[in-house]
Design a protein around this ligand. Structure first.
Ligand code: ADP
Ligand code: MG
Length: 240
């Protein structure tokens, strides 16, 4: 589904991603772990071109999205993204947040977009919040809405950047539950997280990033019970 070859990203003189090669298959739940500043967010943001790579190629569903000749907007619609800070539009209701992109980007009729929105809200148990504004919701509710908003575009892959890091501990579970359900339905997911329990339970593959490189990767079992690289061992020693 996603082929990344020799991906490099520099911010000025700062070389943040150093030649990443990675292939993500349909249905995989790839969990990305690693120390702060190692380039996890930049990697995720490059995947859907929120950051434009300095060099290298990203092919998504057979289309090179780093090739400026291609229509990347069509491809981007198929990638949902969920951020640590939710990024809901504060002046819009929950329903408007969820229906905005389907209406504006996909030219969907309002009625149809709302039907889909209510189906998604029902799934995450927040149907009664449709007319509320984001500031009337808890952090966990906001993040579940942000996930629903991304799903409203029927993406083929969902990218999560530390989706539970800004939440109070008691709300982490409700967001992880929605993500687990998505994974069990076969959604392809790339998840940057510090939730090692989630990585073990749901991840099909774990990537350990350090210093702008994927230093080690394997099944959760391999990474968590038998890490090979000293930097992986050191990191896991600190977080587990
Ligand atoms: P992580 O998500 O693993 O904590 P990031 O990808 O956010 O790491 O950041 C990797 C490095 O790139 C850090 O040194 C960070 O300061 C730098 N960086 C990230 N985004 C930018 C930017 N827009 N401009 C300049 N430097 C950036
Ligand atoms: Mg980050």
């Amino acid at each position: 589904m996603i082929h990344v070859s020799n991906l490099n990203k520099k911010f000025g003189n700062l070389h943040v991603l150093k030649g990443i090669d990675e292939h993500i298959k349909k249905g995989e739940v790839v969990v990305v772990i690693g120390p702060s500043g190692s380039g996890k967010s930049t990697f995720l943001r490059c995947l859907n071109l929120l950051e434009y790579p300095t060099s290298g190629e990203i092919v998504f569903e057979g289309v090179s999205i780093t090739d400026k000749k291609n229509d990347i907007n069509k491809q981007r619609e198929k990638m949902g993204m969920v951020f640590q800070q939710f990024n809901l539009f504060p002046h819009m209701t929950v329903l408007e947040n969820i229906t905005l992109a389907p209406i504006k980007v996909k030219n969907m009729k309002k009625e149809e977009a709302e039907k889909i929105a209510f189906r998604l809200l029902n799934r995450i148990g927040l149907e009664d919040k449709a007319q509320n504004y984001p500031n009337q919701l808890s952090g966990g509710q906001k993040q579940r809405i942000a996930i629903a908003r991304a799903l409203a575009m029927s993406p083929d892959v969902m990218l999560f950047d530390e989706p539970t890091s800004a939440l109070d501990p008691e709300m982490v579970g409700e967001v992880l539950d929605v993500m687990k359900e998505l994974a069990s339905e076969g959604m392809t997911m790339v998840v940057v997280t510090h939730e090692m329990g989630f990585a073990k339970e749901v991840g099909t593959r774990v990537l350990f990033m350090d210093g702008g490189k994927i230093v080690e990767q394997g099944t959760p079992e391999e990474i968590f019970t038998n890490p090979k690289h000293p930097r992986t061992k050191d990191f896991l020693g600190k977080v587990l």
